[in-house]
Design a protein around this ligand. Sequence first.
Ligand code: FE2
Length: 483
Amino acid sequence: MNSPFNHDKAPFGNSHGPMLTGVFAPVLSEECLTDLPVEGKIPNDLNGVYLRNGPNPRFKPKGSYHPFDGDGMIHSAHFENGKLTYRNKWIRTDGWLENDRQGQESHWGIMNSLKGRKDRPMADAANTDVIGHAGNAVATWYLAGKSYFLDPVTLDTIGSKDYSRSPGQGMSAHPKVDEVTGEMMFFDYFDYAPFMAYGVIDKEGKLIHHVPIVLPGNRLPHDMGITQNYSILHDLPVYHDEDALAAGRHKIRFNSSMNSRFGVIPRYGKSEEIKWFEFTPCFLYHVINCWEEGDEVVMTACRFMPTKDTNGEIDEIKTAKMIANLGMEARLWRYRMNVKSGECREECLNADYNCEFPSYDTQLTGMHSQYAYLVDHNPETLHWTGLRKFNTDTGESLGSWSDGPAHCWYSEPWFAPADNQASEDHGYVICFMWNDKLQIQELQIFDAQNISRGPVARVSLPHAIPVGFHACWMKPTQINIAK
Ligand SMILES: [Fe+2]
């Protein structure tokens, strides 16, 4: 092992809330490690890079801390011909560089400020999502901002782009890449009319389409979907409390009298071409995949289940608090929207498992996919307890694995196709796993066709990887586009 296990579990003390200590504690060094101990065997037909983004503040925060505040850090596992290299590196955002100059945190977090407050500036932490596009890993932030481009192998920040156009502020987390055309579709949202924008970036990184999307008010959407011909945008009954917004404070409301709406717009559609479909009120963090079946647009997703009171009615306050605290009660769900007839319907695909952080074979983004790989969740402890594979056509759970749901934490997994992929699930599922009881950190590799067998390889890492957000997989052909 290249360095001793020396991860301080409360580097900034205990006064900034629970999301900076223990399993959430940031790492304060950047590493490039090879020849790590392996139990089992790293498959020879596994080539590419697993990238995972997450908050990792470098300096002691100002005031109370929320995970969307911390400087984005990428942890990666780069596989080449049976060899593995682990790296971690901060994204050199404008905020990180300013802090570097000052030698301290110079920004306020979302619990203490709002975007646009001059007296309490916020930083675009780029800490939420990462996706491969045009040869780069593209890091983005939940509240929308710049796109930061990273070398997917070295993790060096090689540039950034501000895709904001009027109206708008940039790009939200969760853009989607069509791996056939190379285009990246994205949305942007902001707290003034028209409240949303939608855009398309071509395979070389040039913005080729950008239109305003009119919503009835400020909203806090989180994800979107694409098919081969359409993009699906979200208008959910979750928004900034208007009074708090006017006072420059952050407070989320959930309104159970409003329906959820999904807007289907042709990939290069004008604003007025969007067709809205109404469904039962909910929040929704993550789409799994979308595709077309005849005139229907199908969206599979993890529907956030609103909290109910003892009478079975939605408790708006508890639901809003759960969303604000990143609690999760999600079920596998399918939405169908007929763009010709306007008919729509929704159905729960599996009511038994509280799962989120979905992944699948992104070569099929926008096309039908059958398999998805998610993480089981315990909402009481915010605990990501194990992996689970689903058949998203039937909702059937096809197997799961955990080293110990009471004390093991799993990162968002991602599916990595085998070199000579012969079927949709021919490949591997990659994730990080922290065992809090044994105090060990592993990178785990599963056979995607048999998750329940447990990892085919466990790689020991010398420091804990803090609980984070999203991950992606980039194939060698995606990594080498611009090299
Ligand atoms: Fe997300």
